[in-house]
Design a protein around this ligand. Structure first.
Ligand SMILES: [Zn+2]
Length: 478
């Protein structure tokens, strides 16, 4: 049994066939904020991210690049890790589904459990297959005969497949979601998945001929077939924490507190995955959290539209904490939201350069110039106490707002109390006011830790050591 005060959070696993974009960096940052918050609270925390590597697309891309698949993946996964490092993402594990020691035993065990439950059967299947989705698609997934995600015409494919009896679980999954035993947030996504379940689920292909998909995990006891996506990719959430190889670790962390996903993979996580888990006799995750999409200029970012915003460029130009700040505060957690180079710069200048950065410079300048002495009192941090309730409900925007409201109040306090003037007329009052500011600034620094870890550490260190920053924490951008 999982103990209370244990927290397990996962990001989707990413396809290593392209550079990561804002849409990937976004859920990873949200998860990192939550993981840092829970660790600071003293919870036994595990934060998982990773890559989904058994796609035929990866094999094709490697060929195109003149590399072996392994070599190609090393490069791409390496660049993912570099980017996550540049953003201070504190994952505990980066799982790779091609990892035969860590991942494969769990996938094989899950397959065998599904077989034992009588939920896997073989049949000849012919259907429309979208290479982009790596999935058989049905007529209702198409718009004018084209995949609605990829805008390509799917190909007709006939082959032997193992199928999973997903249809058998329609009502059971629906009950779990309706009863709240499996939470789907926000409500709009819960309604969407319930409507899908109302229409019924069809059995789903779980394998492909090994000849067509040789790079994937072999189906146990049938070398002619390899696993196709679901029993491979989705199982990462349990294989990573020991399913199939380390029972003690699995018992410690499962069930997951949050699976954070995008809406394009909702049905896989809120229908396929719970059905598989029920078939295998494994408890369900607690919450599936569906984040909004990031748009630029009202459109989904795409290379063709030329509105792609590269997270690496934002980090280089503005720093990692600025990107973490923007994601936490200016992208709505659940709704679609907008980022443009202009909106990013405006938010940066208004809230980081002129906001927290300026406050730190002003307060510390007074501390140093007037040689103010104090001891920082370590106690309950009211800001953290106040934002906890929000973070527990995944209300990241509201949580960080509390800190920035405080920053505004401290600015206003300087304006009204004017310690830089009263220092000449009422030194006692000026000293008291500046000590108050330093103490509050330290609290702001501490509260910022899950959101902006580097800034948090800088602020606390400056206040404790009574120093002015050598350069502004956030240089104003013209
Ligand atoms: Zn597609």
């Amino acid at each position: 049994m999982k103990k209370p005060n244990t927290f397990y959070i996962t990001t989707p696993i990413f396809y290593p066939n392209a550079e990561l974009h804002m849409g990937n960096v976004y859920p990873v940052t949200l998860c990192d904020i939550l993981a840092r918050y829970h660790r600071a609270k003293g919870d036994t925390t595990y934060f998982l991210t990773g890559s989904d590597e058994h796609s035929t697309k990866v094999v094709k891309m490697a060929e195109k690049a003149g590399k072996s698949t392994e070599e190609f993946l090393e490069g791409t996964v390496g660049s993912f890790k570099t980017l996550f490092g540049a953003l201070d993402i504190s994952y505990d594990q980066f799982i790779r589904t091609s990892d035969r020691e860590v991942h494969w035993p769990g996938a094989v065990l899950m397959w065998n459990k599904l077989v034992e439950a009588g939920d896997i059967y073989k049949k000849s299947y012919s259907g429309l297959y979208c290479v982009g989705c790596e999935a058989f698609v049905t007529e209702k997934d198409l718009i004018k005969g084209k995949c609605h995600y990829h805008d390509t015409v799917p190909e007709l494919l006939e082959e032997e497949n193992y199928f999973f009896r997903l249809s058998k679980y329609t009502e059971k999954v629906k009950d779990k979601i309706t009863s709240g035993e499996l939470m789907v947030m926000p409500d709009s996504r819960k309604a969407e998945i319930l409507a899908l379940l109302d229409r019924g689920l069809e059995d789903v292909s779980f394998s492909r001929p090994a000849s067509k998909n040789p790079w994937a995990i072999p189906v146990p006891n049938d070398p002619t077939q390899t696993m196709y996506v679901w029993c491979d990719a989705l199982v990462n959430y349990i294989s990573a924490i020991g399913y199939g190889r380390d029972d003690a670790m699995f018992e410690t962390y499962w069930p997951a507190d949050f699976h954070v996903i995008g809406k394009d993979i909702l049905r896989f996580h809120a229908a396929f995955w719970p059905a598989m888990l029920m078939s295998a006799g494994i408890p369900l995750p607690k919450t599936i959290l569906v984040h909004g999409m990031i748009l630029s200029g009202g459109r989904k970012m795409s290379k063709t539209l030329g509105n792609v915003i590269d997270p690496q460029i934002l980090i280089t130009e503005y720093g990692k904490d600025a990107l973490r700040y923007f994601i936490a505060r200016h992208l709505s957690t659940f709704e679609d939201s907008e980022i443009t180079p202009e909106s990013y710069k405006d938010a940066y200048n208004a809230n980081l350069a002129n906001g927290v950065g300026n406050l730190v410079s002003r307060v510390m300048k007074m501390v140093v110039s007037y040689d103010i002495s104090y001891e920082i009192v370590k106690g309950e941090n009211k800001l953290i106490k106040e934002y906890s309730a929000h973070l527990d409900r995944f209300e990241i925007n509201k949580a960080i707002d509390i800190i920035f409201t405080k920053i505004g109040e401290l600015d206003a306090f300087i304006q009204t109390s004017q310690p830089f003037k009263t220092i000449k007329t009422d030194i006692k009052k000026a000293q008291t006011d500046i000590v108050y500011l330093a103490q509050e600034l330290h609290a702001v620094g501490e509260a910022l830790a899950p959101f902006m870890p580097e800034t948090s550490a800088s602020i606390m260190s400056l206040v404790v050591s009574k120093k002015t920053p050598e350069k502004p924490l956030f240089e104003r951008k013209a």
